[in-house]
Design a protein around this ligand. Structure first.
Ligand code: HEM
Ligand code: HEM
Length: 129
C-alpha cells in the first residue's frame, strides 16, 4: 500500500508538471510523459495485487467475502484506477473531454485511497489482541 501511495504521489507531481508545460506552452522534458505512463501502469499493477491479496486472504480465512465496508472500498478503488488508466488512453486533441475526466477521476481516487486505508486499518484492528 505504501508503494501504491508513493506511485500516486509521483503521478500527481508528474501530472502537475505535464499540465504546467502545456499551459505555459513550454516544451516538456522528453522523459516526462513516458515516466507518468509507466508509473501509472505500476499503480494499476499494485492495486490489482492488493485486490488479489485481499480476496485470497479473506477467502482463505473465512471462505466468504464482503465482511465490511473495506470490501466495497477496495472494489471502488480498483475500479477508479482502471477508469483513470482508460481515460488517460483517450486523451488526444480530438477528445478534449478526456483530460478533465482523467484529472477528475484521479481527484476522486484520492478520496478512495483515504477510505480504503481507513477501512483497511479498522479491519486490521480485529486481528490485534
Ligand atoms: C492510472 C494510471 C495513469 C495513467 C496510465 C496515466 C496516463 C496519463 C496520460 C497518457 C496522460 C496524457 C499525457 C499527455 O498529454 O501527453 C496523462 C495526463 C495527466 N495525468 Fe495521468 N495517468 C495515470 C494516473 C494519474 C494520476 C493518479 C494522476 C494524479 C494524481 C494523474 C494526473 C495527470 C495530469 C494532471 C495530467 C495532465 C494533463 C494535462 O494537463 O496535460 N494521472 N496521464
Ligand atoms: C487499494 C488498496 C486495497 C484493496 C484494493 C484492498 C482490497 C481488499 C479486499 C477486496 C478484501 C476482501 C474483503 C472482504 O471480502 O470483506 C480485503 C481484505 C483485507 N484488507 Fe484490503 N485492500 C486494500 C488496502 C488495504 C490496506 C491499506 C489495509 C490495511 C491497513 C488492508 C487490510 C485488509 C485486511 C486486514 C483484510 C481482511 C479483511 C477481514 O478479515 O475482514 N487492505 N482487502
Amino acid at each position: 500500500m505504501g508503494f501504491a501511495l508513493f506511485a500516486y504521489l509521483l503521478l500527481a507531481v508528474s501530472g502537475g508538471l505535464l499540465t504546467y508545460a502545456r499551459l505555459s506552452k513550454k516544451p516538456r522534458p522528453q522523459w516526462l510523459r513516458p515516466f507518468h505512463y509507466w508509473v501509472g501502469g505500476g499503480l494499476v499493477a499494485l492495486v490489482l495485487l492488493l485486490l488479489a491479496i485481499g480476496i485470497v486472504g479473506t477467502l482463505g480465512h473465512y471462505g466468504t467475502l464482503g465482511h465490511s465496508a473495506h470490501f466495497a472500498a477496495g472494489l471502488t478503488v480498483v475500479g477508479l484506477v482502471l477508469f483513470s488508466a482508460w481515460s488517460a488512453t483517450q486523451i488526444s486533441p480530438k477528445r478534449l473531454w478526456a483530460r478533465p475526466l482523467h484529472v477528475g477521476v484521479n481527484i476522486t481516487l484520492f478520496l478512495g485511497f483515504m477510505v480504503v486505508s481507513f477501512t483497511g486499518w479498522s479491519v486490521v484492528q480485529k486481528y490485534l489482541p
